[in-house]
Design a protein around this ligand. Structure first.
Ligand code: HEC
Ligand code: HEC
Ligand code: HEC
Ligand code: HEC
Length: 202
């Protein structure tokens, strides 16, 4: 309880002075649970096939990209290791300390990198209540967070990623990777398990 009230105090203080709260500022006991847990509820046609959108998208491949021939050659030539890359190519943003964390990183940039570590908000009860979700370390997702890893104007001198060439705009990027909980029509051969029906939050 002390932690919760301390958190609420910090939250209200920060809101008073008009600061933006990022989930990384939230001091609670939230731990990562992994994308499969999110997929248990966010993989149905009635909830927008969000897990499948992510699984088929670039962020799921972000860790594998570090093992491509071009990436490995670049690292050899510049005497770098994947340590220099994990910040943006994984959920944890750092080296793993155990096998669970290893799995998190291998899955690339997972749900929890953008929505916060899930242990305290993964119950439907919590996620149905946006305020409670945020108080539990969850974020509804914010396009301004994309720029933590994507440079708006990549400049090779000012090294961000040796392989990011194009300018980046979060709105345009979102059109490519975007997901929505709006129901998706069932298609032939769809693998979604619709026995897990998620009640509408609205
Ligand atoms: C037990 C089922 C369940 C699990 C597991 C689950 N969710 Fe949810 N989630 C829901 C429900 C129910 C809602 C609210 C209704 C809706 O969006 O369809 C929701 C809503 C959300 C929202 C929207 C919140 C908002 O305010 O707009 C996000 C983001 C989200 N979940 C992310 C996640 C992430 C990330 C994970 C894994 C860490 C996860 N969920 C795991 C059931 C679940
Ligand atoms: C500051 C964040 C950041 C760091 C640090 C970073 N990357 Fe990236 N990387 C990105 C982003 C963002 C993209 C996607 C760029 C795009 O396509 O617009 C990317 C793309 C790539 C790609 C291309 C992936 C593909 O499928 O085409 C490779 C390969 C890559 N990075 C390797 C590396 C290596 C190797 C390192 C470390 C030496 C590294 N990155 C460090 C952010 C980063
Ligand atoms: C790269 C960051 C990123 C990743 C990875 C990501 N999301 Fe999101 N997500 C967002 C953003 C940003 C939004 C809100 C976009 C907006 O405001 O329109 C969002 C919105 C959502 C919503 C609400 C959609 C709606 O219709 O309101 C749910 C539910 C959700 N995400 C679940 C997930 C799940 C589950 C995963 C993993 C399978 C995931 N997200 C992975 C950034 C991400
Ligand atoms: C943790 C760092 C990180 C964050 C945060 C992040 N991305 Fe990415 N993103 C990457 C990396 C790394 C890649 C390259 C993956 C690959 O292709 O192998 C990538 C690839 C992409 C791509 C495909 C390549 C391209 O540029 O066409 C899109 C689109 C994209 N991200 C959009 C977004 C959007 C939109 C957000 C914010 C909602 C976001 N990203 C947040 C790291 C990140």
């Amino acid at each position: 309880m002390i932690r919760v009230s301390a958190f609420l105090f910090i939250l209200s203080a920060a809101l008073t002075v008009g600061l933006t709260i990022h989930f990384s500022d939230i001091r609670n006991d939230a731990r990562y649970v992994g994308v499969e847990v999110c997929g248990a509820c966010h993989a149905t046609t009635s909830s927008g096939l969000i897990f499948q959108d992510w699984e088929d998208g670039a962020h799921h491949r972000a860790y594998q990209a570090l093992q491509s021939d071009t990436a490995e050659q670049y690292m050899r030539e510049h005497q770098l290791s994947t340590e220099n890359c994990l910040q943006c190519h994984t959920t944890l943003g750092r080296s793993p300390q155990n096998t669970f964390e290893e799995g998190l990183n291998v899955a690339g940039v997972g749900c929890e990198r953008c929505h916060g570590p899930g242990s305290e908000y993964v119950q439907s009860r919590v996620m149905n209540d946006p305020e409670l979700m945020q108080a539990s370390g969850g974020s509804p997702g914010n396009l301004s967070d994309c720029y933590a890893c994507h440079a708006e104007n990549p400049n090779k001198e000012d090294w961000a990623c040796p392989f990011q060439d194009d300018t980046f705009n979060a709105q345009i990027g979102w059109q490519e990777i975007g997901h929505s909980r709006a129901p998706v029509e069932q298609t032939e051969g769809s693998t979604s398990g619709d026995s897990l029906v998620i009640p509408s939050g609205n």
